[in-house]
Design a binder for this molecule. Structure first.
Ligand SMILES: [Zn+2]
Length: 518
């Protein structure tokens, strides 16, 4: 009743040329913004998910806990939600880890075991270190190999500087910046050659060292910022693989080179849990006019586990959950059905979303639009048409209803090109679904938070996340109400410049349904 009264008041004040539909839209947009500003759940949800539960690596108990949390949260908002099983994964649980230098002096090192790294079997292993040598060829490497027995093997290059390039550019002389970059490029090149001369891929190198009796693998995957490393998964099956921060890795490396014979102690208490089921969390607000047509919100739910997955993809998750909460409150009877997908195992190859597309062809076929967000905490500044010829018409129409304050720096590219990967919208685009990525501005995502040990709550920029929740809720509302069904007509892709071969639309691919076992 209240809404209707307000609607009539607004309509009365609007010029007669503005249609009833536009007046209704303005009212809804205002209600979305009001709810987002006055009753935001972003901080609370971020704290519960990132701090309370933590990282969400596929196959871990935390991932399961997060799925259950999301279902409970939706249920508390009166939204129907379920966890939908799509496969299984090697189950693993991170435990306590200690990494210390015990010789020539004592220092607790900043490091962590990689995801799925074996434990040290309840023991602390103390051993010397050895650096992958610069051998002549793979034969020489095989001859060297037995020497690793009982030692930790350092497999990463020592970075010449722990200062990011922007810091050098700001304070260094041009000569010293150029010199540093030249020397570093030469070192990177030489290290690549050193590894290739072993004749082994990174994975097979780790396995060869393990087989030769190494105590463990020690690497340092610097992410080109102050104090930040990328933390991925281990290849070893019996011995631990650890990552050590640039500063401490350099310390060990230089001590070793200068003949000081450093020793480290490592204890990792992770657990293997056998195969465990993997899920997507799906929530739904049923449509009242066209219930078998869908508008979907999308963000992967899993993360790597060096940090807490705050910006990859905690922030995308927060945006979609908040948009759902707002829509349920101000737009509880949508014309089309609103779905949200919180995907499992995006990081290992878009597995959750590929499974959903494969398992629900009738939903994919009848999907009006999908909006995915997965590149950090920043305001949405890029939207493309994903290669759909008429995307400008409908996306343009929907975006026109977004107040200018929520799209200030937005750049659009229509008809754009279909995404072949990168995030979950690609799984839908491959099936011909008008699926769009909402591209955020950087906040140095690539170096500082993407897959790093610093991807934590404190990196979230809540004003930007709120902006994105509002933008998403408005786009979803507009896509739901649109009298027209979106066109799926595809652009003709340009020919490859080198080969002259005709460009092809990305193909739909099956997910890995049994993961972490190869
Ligand atoms: Zn991501």
């Amino acid at each position: 009743m209240k809404n209707a009264t307000r609607l009539l008041t607004i309509l009365f004040l609007l010029p007669a040329t503005i249609s009833f539909a536009q007046g209704k839209d303005s009212l809804m947009v205002a209600a979305i913004i009001k709810e987002a500003n006055e009753n935001s759940q972003l901080k609370n949800n971020a704290q519960e998910l990132m701090d309370g539960i933590g990282p969400r690596l596929v196959g871990t108990p935390k991932m399961q806990q997060a799925h259950d949390w999301a279902v409970a949260k939706y249920t508390s908002w009166g939204i129907t939600a379920r966890n939908e099983k799509w496969g299984e994964w090697r189950g693993w649980e991170r435990g306590v880890s200690h990494i210390d230098m015990v010789q020539p002096w004592v220092k607790t090192l900043e490091g962590t075991q990689l995801a799925w790294s074996p434990s040290t079997g309840g023991k602390t292993i103390t051993a010397e270190l050895v650096i992958i040598p610069d051998v002549a060829d793979s034969m020489a490497f095989v001859q060297w190999l037995p020497g690793v027995k009982g030692k930790f093997v350092m497999i990463s290059m020592m970075q010449p500087t722990g200062r990011p390039d922007y810091n050098w550019t700001e304070f260094g002389t041009k000569e010293s910046v150029d010199k540093m970059k030249k020397e570093r490029t030469e070192q990177i090149d030489a290290w690549r050659k050193r590894l290739s001369k072993t004749g082994l891929s990174n994975k097979n190198l780790a396995l060869a060292l393990e087989k030769a009796g190494a105590a463990g693998i020690v690497g340092s995957n610097w992410s080109a910022g102050f104090g930040v490393n990328k933390i991925f998964g281990a290849s070893t099956t019996k011995i631990p693989t650890i990552d050590i921060a640039l500063e401490d890795y350099g310390l060990l490396y230089r001590l070793l080179q200068s003949g000081k014979n450093p020793k480290i102690s490592v204890r990792t208490d992770s657990k293997e849990l056998g195969m465990v089921p993997t899920f997507n969390t799906i929530a739904e607000i049923k449509g009242t006019g066209k219930p078998t047509e869908y508008v979907m919100l999308s963000a992967h739910f899993d993360s790597w586990d060096g940090g807490t997955g705050a910006t990859d993809n905690g922030t995308g998750t927060l945006v979609m959950m908040e948009a759902m909460r707002i829509l349920k409150k101000v737009y509880p009877n949508p014309k089309r059905t609103i779905l949200v997908g919180h995907w499992g195992s995006e990081e290992q190859g878009l597995n959750g979303s590929r499974a959903f597309v494969e398992d629900h062809p009738e939903i994919a076929k009848n999907m009006q639009a999908l909006f995915n967000q997965d590149n950090g905490t920043g305001r949405v500044v890029n939207i493309g048409g994903a290669g759909f010829v008429h995307s400008y018409e409908y996306m343009g129409r929907w975006l026109a209803r977004v107040p200018s304050g929520y799209k200030q720096e937005l750049e659009t590219r229509f008809p754009g090109t279909p995404s072949g990967g990168g995030s979950d919208n690609a799984s839908f685009v491959a099936a011909g679904v008008p699926a769009f990525g909402l591209g955020s501005n950087s906040w140095l995502y690539g170096s500082y938070t993407w897959h790093t040990n610093r991807d934590t709550y404190d990196k979230i920029v809540f004003d930007d996340v709120k902006n994105n929740a509002i933008l998403t809720a408005i786009l979803v509302y507009m896509a739901c109400e649109d009298p027209a069904t979106t066109s799926r007509e595809k652009i003709v892709l340009p020919a490859n410049r080198q080969t002259g071969e005709q460009g092809k639309w990305p193909e739909q691919r099956s997910p890995t349904r049994k993961g972490g076992v190869d």
